[in-house]
Design a protein around this ligand. Sequence first.
Ligand SMILES: Cc1cc2nc3c(=O)[nH]c(=O)nc-3n(C[C@H](O)[C@H](O)[C@H](O)COP(=O)(O)OP(=O)(O)OC[C@H]3O[C@@H](n4cnc5c(N)ncnc54)[C@H](O)[C@@H]3O)c2cc1C
Length: 509
Amino acid sequence: MDSLWISDYHDNKQLKPISFQNLHTEKDLLETDVAIVGGGIFGTTCAYYLTNLGYKVTILEKDKIGTKATGHTTAKITSAHGLFYDYLTNSYNKKFARDYLEANEEAIKNIKEIIDVEKIKCDFTYQNSYVYTTKKDDLKAIKKEIKAVENLGYNCEFVTKTGLPFEIEGAICFKNQAQFHPLKYINGLANCILSKNGQIFTDTTVTDVEKIEDFYLTSTENFKVKSKYVIIASHYPFINFPGFYFAKMYQSTSYLIAIDPKKTLFNGMYISASDPVFSFRTAKYHGKDLLLIGGGEHKTGQPTSYQDSYGLLEAEAKKYYPNCEVLFRWNTRDCISLDKIPYIGHYSSIMPHMFVGTGFKKWGMTLSNVAANIITDMICGKSNKFSYLFDSSRLKPVKNIDEMKNILVQSTNSLLLNKLRPANMSFDEIANNSGSIIEVNNTKVGVYKDPNGKIFAVKPTCTHLGCLLSWNDVDKTWDCPCHGSRFNFDGKNLYDPAFKDLEVFHLEN
Ligand SMILES: Cc1cc2nc3c(=O)[nH]c(=O)nc-3n(C[C@H](O)[C@H](O)[C@H](O)COP(=O)(O)OP(=O)(O)OC[C@H]3O[C@@H](n4cnc5c(N)ncnc54)[C@H](O)[C@@H]3O)c2cc1C
């Protein structure tokens, strides 16, 4: 199901639908200053700043502008990234933690400035942002976080009363944070980019980027783009060598529902401090106040059930709003680096003038703005006081050893061991509206039977790096447990880093 943001956008006839236009070129070769791969919030923010500075910019977007992670986000604009500043102070140092906080606070101001200067109507409202707990055991962590934040010279507050419809033990409150409608914002940016002679090509998949002498040649399925600079803004970097981002990050999925509570709602944006993580904010839809509830997090590609995803959120909603109506259900995923710090800067030390911004760990509204400012400064040859925080070529000790082990085990299983294990289901055992991997003449085949028994068969091997895919029965998709690529049941590629569809088989019933 589409997110609230995408559905609202389709419904709203007054919005100029830049995001959903198909834009193509008849030429074989385009020349530009900066080629940007990906038109999510990061790519479009880079394009916005660079076109303002007079650069000729070309965005190449596989789908439509803003319809992937950005069109499925919760869209809280905040520097309260869960309980994070105590971790930063202890894992790095006070200056590092303060600069991280300042970078995100500046991003909130930058976003507001863009909205004001460009007069973008995107339902921006200031809100307090709370990280709360309902468990006595978590209070110590909340208080430590408050101390860490205060130690950085920033005002935050400990509160025990919030607008939430349930009692809490305590919360840390950041004031003057914000929320908006991400697609209205990104559409505003797209309009500005086009008005300054920037180019946006949608339904345009980038298949390769090559360095040739002192320029780059970016290949799409239909044409090539020659440029001095390239920005990889594809969410998960899809060029594997050099860069090796596939060994440094994983993807994590979360679910969202939007409910009509049939009751008056509260102010503020909320996220719980520990598992199970729930996230809350309000949003306007057709003049009504809806409540968004997020949660059900798991590593992308790992099996889940309706009960553990949307079911969990619906049960939470019904606890406080028994008469509520669930209007939207959606999910998306984001990249998380092994030290929880995004990668922003040079793609690799051997690819000068090629840049990346990724690993926004579900806080990409502010972090994409931080990233766009850093990359813009790098292209202009200016120093940026926050760039050292996110150095994309860092080789520091991995902070999350457990996840590092997980990545290695998962990759070994999916690339090798699971491929050798016999499938544990036969064709006849697959129920309608369900899927599984079966063996046909010693070959693994991914089979989905639709509600009427129609069969869709694919080669269940990821087109990114060849991992064995797993069946996702909630969304009816084939998902990669290694790097988080996703494919529809009929094999169509949905999510990066893969960009090619799966091979399709024709099975006799
Ligand atoms: C459930 C959930 C809730 C979240 N809530 C919040 C929140 O409240 N606040 C917050 O700050 N952050 C939040 N985030 C994080 C935020 O949504 C992301 O960090 C952000 O949207 C990422 O933006 P992006 O531009 O990097 O990626 P995307 O929006 O995914 O854009 C990347 C684009 O690149 C395109 N692309 C990929 N491969 C290619 C290719 N080969 N050729 C051409 N184009 C390509 C894709 O089609 C896509 O449009 C949330 C994340 C999740 C998962």
